[in-house]
Write a protein that binds this ligand. Sequence first.
Ligand code: AHR
Length: 502
Amino acid sequence: MKKASVKLDKDYIISRIDPRIYGSFIEHLGRAVYGGIYEPEHPAADEQGFRKDVLALVKKLGVPVVRYPGGNFVSGFNWEDSVGDKASRPKRLDLAWFTTETNEVGLHEFYDWTKKADSEVMYAVNLGTRGAENARDIVEYANHPSGTKFSDMRIANGKKDPLGIKLWCLGNEMDGGWQIGHKTATEYGRTATEAAKLMKWVDPSIELVVCGSSGYTMRTFGDWEYEVLSECYDHIDYVSLHRYYDNRNGDTGSFLAKSMELEEFIHSVAALCDAVKGKKHAKKQINLSFDEWNVWYHSAEQDKEVWKRNKRGRALPLLEDIYNFEDALLVGSMLLTFLRNADRVKIACMAQLVNVIAPIMTRNGGGCWAQTIFYPLMEASKYGRGTSLRAVVNTPLYDSAEFTDVPVIDIAAVLNDDGAVTVFCVNRDITEDCELTVDLRSFGNLRFASHSVLHHDDINAVNTEKSPNNVVPMSGDGAVPEGGFATVRVPALSWNVIRFTV
Ligand code: AHR
């Protein structure tokens, strides 16, 4: 058995954790909305057509904010199509995903759904085919109390009170050639600045996320952030990051180490924000919104077939990755990375929530179930609230084909507001368990509360409608603290949540 140790101290503080790091994302794409959260013909549908069984799982997951309505979709979307009388809403070609959008679910319905899901809307405006004027109008529609064209239109459409949407994205992945209305950094920087000014002049209480690069490996990464931020620094609050990982090489050691690259990505974007801050002698700090992240690759071949057969269809089964146990471990390590960087990462949205690269799957007319990646997000959202602690970790290392000096034990620790200490840990070792000693001396008398372990002997194990509990958290060995130290066995290839309470 390997050995590792971690020293925690109540005074080694990284930052308060913004609960919005446990956010998610629903795009008008595939079966995320139609056949996902919304299926009026389903026996479990409520009076608005939302599936109550799906809502129950979303609530269990605990996502405080949901980004909407895209994604690539938003860059060709007219929000006006999605409000007012349902029967008169136009059907439109969606040129982002080569499908048809019926607009049966729009802003009002989605807003109602987030309330039912105990969540909030994070709304993306279209800066692809549209610009500042349209961005201004939708903020006026959603957030202005009354007495103007768009606020009165909202009232006429049935919402007397403003929706009070706090968080807004200035477009989506505008650096990507695939994006409808793709822009250079100079073009986007100007458009985003003018949109941001008008949006905040309508409602000064809103927060704005400007598009960073759509990925760390983009050719324009770095230059894009520097130029866009140089232009709009004074008008925005967050810069976005997006990252998806895959294990196409079938190399588990390298795959599980990919969160090391994520950490480097976060540090690089924070450095770029601070470089612009320095250049401008600014007082304000720009923080990070990691508003798309996940594993994404399993569905690629299937998608080609779906498009071949059904181009332009509605609610096609696109991006329906079936996640295995190994994926849950990397997702766990990605969450640990956000916690360790809680001083800069204030928002993160797992992409996405239902059916489309999602923790929750549904069958039309049938059941819904939690995929493997559901569990790390659920447990992190439940127990990862409070203050992120700087863990001093002593762990064996390994080398893989793509990474060197990979920590076998990946850790983040949280001091919860009730005084409990939660240690989250991934054991990346493929064969060996690890004996982890946790130094808790600075917290006084803590007692062992629980140890939850997500492990499966088969890295390819998945959950299905018929076997929804194949990969689920189980109780671990736990550890009773003695003299301020607790020693716990973390199994080879496992996600662990170890809790100590006062
Ligand atoms: O989440 C799926 C897609 O990935 C989003 O629409 C886009 O923003 C990203 O490229």
